[in-house]
Design a protein around this ligand. Structure first.
Ligand code: SAM
Ligand code: SF4
Length: 356
């Protein structure tokens, strides 16, 4: 009875969210039924592609969870040439993807900043201004964010990773280069400049509990975020957090919890864009499609032209050996099987942003 009451509430409080996160199989089915209904009503049975280009794994930061952190000397560093990146953008445009995401390790040097400016200008030019551009390039100063916005990026993804400062500090080095308050401030800057602003967290981190996860969902709501990407945390041997491997939830439980987080978020924030994170697919070959069915509406096929195997954030990253075409074809069929269609040739902006 309690579950029906909660699912019919207008607003979920922290205790409601925790109750839902702990739901058993039977109650989870009720959550998914509700989140699917909300999704279909508010954003429709439509999924937008974002062609993902992971163009460099050079990173100046040392997040304790990430396989491409600066201190990982075993990582093969690469930066893809402009021409190849622009070819990938052209591929996305020609295949009516509507939008791309450009992602890389975090750097604040002028060479990197200029490269991004060049890429944005070229990507717009080669697509007659038609391609929608999301970037995910970490913390930068306001002028850089502004310049990238002026040059054509209109959505920005910067995951908060955990909205709990204490937990954030446990999964990052304690120094000025990894500062929780700066990250929050960056999110505020992105909003102020006019970006559709996206954030997210990892689910199943060491030290993380249900209360943290409930607070993460409330953080998204209170921040009035436009887009969210949440994926399971997956350990990587060459990172400091690997030593906590034994304390983690089994992968299948991290997967289930992520799916529940997506469903609850959809119930709480009806018209935002929610991505089906690639890390879901690393655990379950149809993991992203499961997320689509119960609430997500964005999928990011990897169209990185080269060096995919070197962008290893975590173990077992999928689609490393596949060409972009393979990914596109098999993906459409799988998305259709969830009862959704691909919104070809459309930006697929967050309705939440548009309504503000
Ligand atoms: N450097 C930029 C940043 O940190 O925002 C963009 C690239 S970063 C690799 C993108 C996301 O990958 C991070 O926000 C983090 O949530 C995710 N990530 C990193 N390591 C991960 C891991 N071991 N398991 C799951 N996701 C991970
Ligand atoms: Fe660098 Fe992003 Fe990985 Fe942190 S999560 S080490 S900033 S690539």
């Amino acid at each position: 009875m309690k579950i029906d009451e909660i699912l019919n509430k207008k607003e979920l409080c922290r205790n409601d969210i925790i109750f839902l996160l702990k739901a058993d199989k039977e109650n989870s089915k009720k959550i998914f039924k509700k989140s699917e209904e909300v999704k279909n009503l508010h954003v429709g049975r439509i999924v937008y592609y974002r062609g993902l280009v992971e163009f460099s794994n050079k990173c100046t930061k040392n997040c304790y969870y990430c396989g491409i952190r600066a201190a990982n000397k075993e990582s093969n560093r690469f930066e893809i040439d402009d021409d190849l990146i622009i070819n990938a953008v052209k591929f996305a445009y020609d295949n009516k993807y509507g939008s791309i995401v450009m992602q890389a390790g975090e750097r604040e040097d002028s060479k990197f900043i200029d490269k991004v400016n060049r890429l944005l200008i070229k990507a717009k030019k080669i697509t007659n201004n038609k391609i929608g551009i999301t970037i995910s390039l970490g913390e930068q100063n306001e002028n850089v964010y502004k310049k990238w916005y002026e040059n054509g990026a209109h959505r920005y993804l910067l995951r908060i990773e955990s909205s709990n400062k204490e937990l954030y500090e446990k999964i990052h080095p304690k120094n000025s280069h990894h500062n929780f308050d700066r990250r929050i401030n960056c999110l505020k800057l992105l909003k102020k400049i006019g970006y559709q602003t996206g954030t997210g967290i990892m689910v199943g981190l060491p030290f993380q509990n249900y209360e943290h996860l409930a607070d993460d969902l409330l953080f998204f709501k209170n921040f009035d975020i436009d887009m969210v990407g949440m994926g399971p945390y997956i350990e990587h041997e060459q990172t400091p957090l690997f030593k906590y491997k034994e304390s983690l939830l089994p992968l299948s439980e991290r997967f289930d919890l992520t799916i529940k987080m997506i469903a609850i978020l959809r119930i709480m924030m009806k018209n935002i864009n929610i991505a089906a994170a690639t890390a879901l697919q690393a655990i379950d070959p149809v993991g992203r499609e499961k997320a689509i069915k119960i609430g997500a509406n964005i999928i990011m096929p990897n169209i990185t032209p080269t060096n995919r195997s070197d962008y290893q954030l975590y173990e077992n990253k999928p689609c490393i050996d596949e060409g972009a075409d393979d990914c596109t074809n098999c993906l459409e069929v799988r998305v259709n099987m969830t009862g959704n269609k691909i919104g070809y040739g459309e930006w697929g902006d967050s309705k939440h942003y548009a309504i503000l």
